[in-house]
Write a protein that binds this ligand. Structure first.
Ligand SMILES: [Fe+2]
Length: 187
């Protein structure tokens, strides 16, 4: 008998249980990580319309499931696209479905140089299909960059809805700027 398919609805049910029961953000991310690995092993688990960028060159951003304790979204980065260093104000688990992404993590010291922050690179990673990366309190500031000439498709799971959530982004010189994500393309 073939192994049961782990569908998006199974993943959502599992994450729902974990996000309700588990008070520690570190533990939530640790427990969601292998489930996301399992989900993204089958790219077709996510409907094709949420795995492509819209016309006009914009980033693909789709809400797949919105719940009080977490949400699941897809993000499609265009060739060469970059999101400068930014924070999330919640836990996150990110998995690559297609192509690859470069993720740079930072340790931020705020207000050390004339009101600017110091961002020290802690690691630079190159994630390929099947790779999963966790954002946890104390290690959740990153820069994302698609260094390739193709689209990169990812699934992100967050403990909060990022739409309208006040966050921060930093210029390369440490200048802080407010960051607020707009609505997703589908809702
Ligand atoms: Fe991010």
């Amino acid at each position: 008998m073939a192994a049961a398919v782990y569908a998006l609805k199974d993943f959502i049910a599992d994450v729902d249980r974990i996000a309700r029961d588990e008070p520690s953000a570190h533990a939530v991310a640790e427990r969601v990580s292998p489930l996301l690995t399992r989900l993204i092993a089958r790219p077709e688990s996510v409907p094709a319309e949420f795995r492509r960028r819209p016309e006009g060159g914009k980033r693909g951003r789709y809400m797949l499931h919105r719940a009080p304790h977490f949400n699941v979204v897809s993000v499609i980065w265009g060739p060469g696209e970059t999101a400068p260093a930014h924070n999330h104000e919640t836990w996150g688990v990110i998995g690559v479905i297609e192509n690859e992404i470069e993720e740079t993590r930072y340790k931020v010291q705020e207000g050390v140089a004339g009101g600017r922050a110091t961002l020290d690179v802690t690691r630079v990673m190159r994630h390929r299909p099947g790779a999963v990366s966790c954002l946890v309190p104390g290690d959740e500031v990153h820069r994302m960059h698609n260094p390739t000439a193709r689209d990169t498709v990812e699934i992100h799971v967050y403990g909060k809805d990022l739409v309208g959530l006040p966050r921060k982004t930093w210029e390369p010189d440490g200048r802080e700027k407010p960051l607020v994500s707009p609505k997703y393309l589908n809702c």
